[in-house]
Design a protein around this ligand. Structure first.
Ligand SMILES: NC(=O)c1ccc[n+]([C@@H]2O[C@H](COP(=O)([O-])OP(=O)(O)OC[C@H]3O[C@@H](n4cnc5c(N)ncnc54)[C@H](O)[C@@H]3O)[C@@H](O)[C@H]2O)c1
Length: 274
C-alpha cells in the first residue's frame, strides 16, 4: 500500500547490491512512495549487474561512486542534481565492509591497513558524503540523511570485530555533522540500528545464523526484516519526521531494551534438565 509519502522528492540511495540488500528494499519502497532517485554503488558492484534490474524497475539513474573517494562523491552529487533537475531531499548511506572480518582476523590481532579500510568504507564515507553535499550545497532545506548501523556500537558482540568501532564512529559523525547541517540548513541526519538481517554484509560475520536466531528469540517482536527497515527509512525521509535529527534509532523488535526473554530462559532450562 502506498501513502505517497515521498511524492515529489529526489534522493540518492547508496548500497543496493542484490535483492537481499537493505538498500534494495529501500529503493523499492521509495519508488512505491513516489520518489525519484539515483542509485549508486562502488564501480565493482555496478559491474556485477544486478543493480541494473533495480534501476530499470524504479526508473532510476545509476551512477558509480567509491564512497571512499571525494572526487567520485562530488561527481555523484553534481550529476545527480543534473539528472534530477535540482537538489536532493534524501540520502541513504547503506555501506559496510571490513577486510578484517572477510579475512578472518581476530579483533585482538587485526591488520591495521585493513582496519583503516574498515573505518574509511564503513564510517568516514558518511563524513565524505556529507562534506561533498555541503560543499556543493546539494541537499535541500529540511532534507533527510539516514545511515544504517548496528548495536555493536554500544554493546560488545565479539565476532562483529572492527565493524563495532566503525559503527561507533558512524554514529558519532551522525551527531556531529547533524548538528552543523541542522543549524545551517535544517537538514536532519540519523542512524537506524537494525536487527541482524540476511544480506551479503550480514552473513559475512562469523556465527551469523546462530546469532540471528538468538536475536530473534530475545526480541519481543522478533527480528525486524529488511522490508520493515525500508518502511522505517521511508518514514524518516518523509515530512512526517521533520524534527528528528542526530539520533540513533533502534529498529530491532525491542532487542536493545530486553535483558533476557522468557523464550531464552526456557531454552536454557530445557538444556539443563536434558
Ligand atoms: N545485515 C545486517 O545484519 C545488518 C544489521 C545492521 C546494520 N547493517 C548495515 O546495513 C548496511 C547495508 O548492509 P546490508 O546488510 O544491506 O549488506 P550489503 O552487502 O547488501 O550492502 C553493503 C553495501 O556496501 C557497498 N560498498 C562496500 N564498499 C563500498 C565502497 N567503497 N563504496 C560504495 N559502496 C560500497 C557494497 O557494494 C554493498 O552494496 C551496512 O551499513 C550494514 O553494516 C546490516
Amino acid at each position: 500500500m502506498s501513502y505517497g509519502l515521498l511524492k515529489g522528492k529526489k534522493g540518492i540511495i547508496f548500497g543496493a547490491l542484490d535483492p537481499n540488500s537493505i538498500a534494495w528494499h529501500v529503493a523499492e519502497k521509495a519508488h512505491e512512495e513516489g520518489a525519484q532517485f539515483v542509485l549508486t554503488n562502488a564501480p565493482i558492484a555496478l559491474r556485477m549487474g544486478k543493480i541494473n534490474e533495480l534501476a530499470e524497475k524504479c526508473g532510476a539513474t545509476l551512477i558509480g561512486a567509491d564512497a571512499t573517494n571525494n572526487e567520485d562523491l562530488e561527481k555523484l552529487f553534481t550529476q545527480s542534481m543534473e539528472v534530477m533537475g535540482g537538489k536532493v531531499d534524501f540520502v541513504l548511506h547503506s555501506i559496510g565492509m571490513s577486510p578484517n572480518v572477510r579475512k578472518g582476523k581476530h579483533y585482538t590481532g587485526v591488520d591495521y591497513d585493513f582496519y583503516h579500510k574498515t573505518l574509511d568504507i564503513s564510517a568516514m564515507s558518511l563524513h565524505r558524503t556529507l562534506a561533498a553535499a555541503h560543499k556543493l550545497d546539494a541537499i535541500s532545506d529540511w532534507g533527510s540523511v539516514v545511515a544504517l548501523t548496528y548495536i555493536a556500537a554500544q554493546r560488545v558482540f565479539p565476532d562483529y570485530n572492527d565493524m563495532a568501532d566503525a559503527k561507533a564512529l558512524l554514529e558519532s559523525i551522525t551527531r556531529s555533522f547533524g548538528y552543523h547541517l541542522g543549524v545551517q540548513k535544517k537538514i536532519r541526519v540519523n542512524t537506524i540500528s537494525q536487527s541482524p538481517t540476511k544480506t551479503t554484509a550480514g552473513t559475512g560475520v562469523k556465527g551469523f545464523d546462530s546469532f540471528f536466531d538468538y536475536a530473534d528469540m530475545m526480541s519481543p517482536l522478533g527480528n525486524a526484516d529488511a522490508g520493515a527497515c525500508a518502511d522505517y527509512v521511508v518514514s524518516l525521509f518523509s515530512d512526517l519526521t521533520r524534527y528528528v535529527t542526530m539520533q540513533n534509532l533502534f529498529h530491532d523488535g525491542g532487542f536493545s531494551f530486553t535483558g533476557v526473554s522468557q523464550a531464552l530462559v526456557d531454552r536454557f532450562s530445557q538444556q539443563q534438565e536434558g
